[in-house]
Ligand binder design. Structure first.
Ligand code: F6P
Length: 343
């Protein structure tokens, strides 16, 4: 690679929910910046750091040995103040006072919406890198942290399965994902859950209760008592997971044990896929800055890196893979298979 001398000052921050691989992204952004002779600084605690002018210089030593760490060395935040015009004005003021030529934000849709506001009052380049366990960003097949969160979810369910097997019990396992089913469906398929409840196929509580109970009864009729796991997307069931358990009891006298996986899915050492994705997308972010790009997010499609307009990245149009829904809802239906083949 021909090394160009650019001498820009670049700032990076992490915003919103932390995701495994954010540190890998900070490392790659830093090393690529230094490679092209840019100065690189990191604002701390998300947009709060921009407002408070709270930053650190980044160099090779600071990003050495961080690629395997979950969380983010820059800390993250969901800044209420940055939602106000006064907060945005302070942020732009600090960017200008520090002669920042380009700001890179590693985060999800809320963080990128913040860039739209900043763009109205700040003249420098604004670049996004998709980092969220939810994978709910348009224009990129994968977001940094998603692969690790899927693995963490399935690892947890493998363990829950041991107890479910030992006690021939039904477990309801809630996974994160905000309002999308990427995590739920992928974790459900990878962990061989008997059912997955996601927004994409949810009808209404009454109909779902009937389907769930019928399936549990069919399974138990066909194969006797055994473990049974339902993966449930967070925010899906009205009243939450405990309510689903009590609804099942009331509707069909079915006992179940609710288990919310919660924040363990956000933490942990990133898997290789997330480290590689973070590295690719972060190097692309510095290329974007070198090429004078503005208001784009780095993205991945079929293994290739591309640049997506920030506006297009936050449309919430990305759909979970239809073939996965079909697989979970029909092809992998244990009750049907056992019944049809009298196994
Ligand atoms: O966006 C990542 C995520 O972990 C979602 O899956 C979840 O709904 C949300 O963040 C939880 O947010 P908080 O950081 O407020 O706990």
């Amino acid at each position: 690679m021909t090394k160009q001398v650019k001498n820009k000052t670049i700032a990076v921050l992490c915003s919103g929910g932390d995701a495994p691989g954010m540190n890998a992204a900070i490392r790659a952004v830093t090393l690529a910046s230094l490679h092209f002779n840019h100065r690189i600084i990191g604002f701390q605690h998300g947009y709060n750091g921009l407002i408070d002018n709270d930053y650190i210089e980044l160099d090779e030593a600071k990003v050495r040995d961080i690629i395997h760490l979950g969380g983010t060395i820059l800390k993250s935040g969901r800044s209420k103040e940055f939602l106000t015009q006064a907060g945005q004005a302070k942020a732009a003021e600090n960017l200008n006072a520090n002669n920042i030529d380009a700001l890179i934000v590693i985060g999800g849709d809320g963080s990128f919406s913040g860039l739209l506001n900043l763009n109205k009052i700040y003249q420098g380049q604004l670049i996004g890198i998709p980092g969220t366990i939810d994978n709910d960003i348009d224009g990129t097949e994968n977001t940094i942290g998603f692969a690790t969160a899927v693995n963490t979810g399935l690892d947890a369910i493998d363990k829950i399965r041991d107890t479910a097997d030992a006690f021939e019990r039904i477990f309801l396992v809630e996974v994160m994902g905000r309002h999308s089913g990427f995590l739920a469906l992928n974790v459900g398929i990878a962990s061989a859950a008997e059912q997955v409840l996601t927004f994409e196929s949810f009808t209404n509580p009454g109909k779902e209760l009937r389907n769930i109970s019928e399936h549990i009864h069919a399974c138990r009729e066909q194969r006797g008592l055994s473990s049974y796991i339902i993966v449930v997307a967070e925010n899906l069931w009205p009243g939450g997971l405990d309510k689903l358990a009590s609804d099942l009891k009331e509707y069909a006298n079915i006992d179940s044990t609710p288990c919310v996986l919660g924040y363990i899915q956000r933490g942990g050492s990133p898997v290789a896929k997330d480290r590689i994705l973070a590295t690719k997308l972060s190097i692309a972010a510095i290329s974007a800055i070198n090429e004078g790009k503005h208001m784009v997010m780095t993205a991945e499609s079929s293994g290739n890196v591309l640049f997506v307009d920030i506006n297009d990245a936050i449309q919430h149009k990305k759909q979970v893979n239809g073939s996965l829904l079909t697989a979970q809802n029909s092809i992998l239906d244990i009750a049907e298979i056992v019944k049809a083949h009298k196994l």
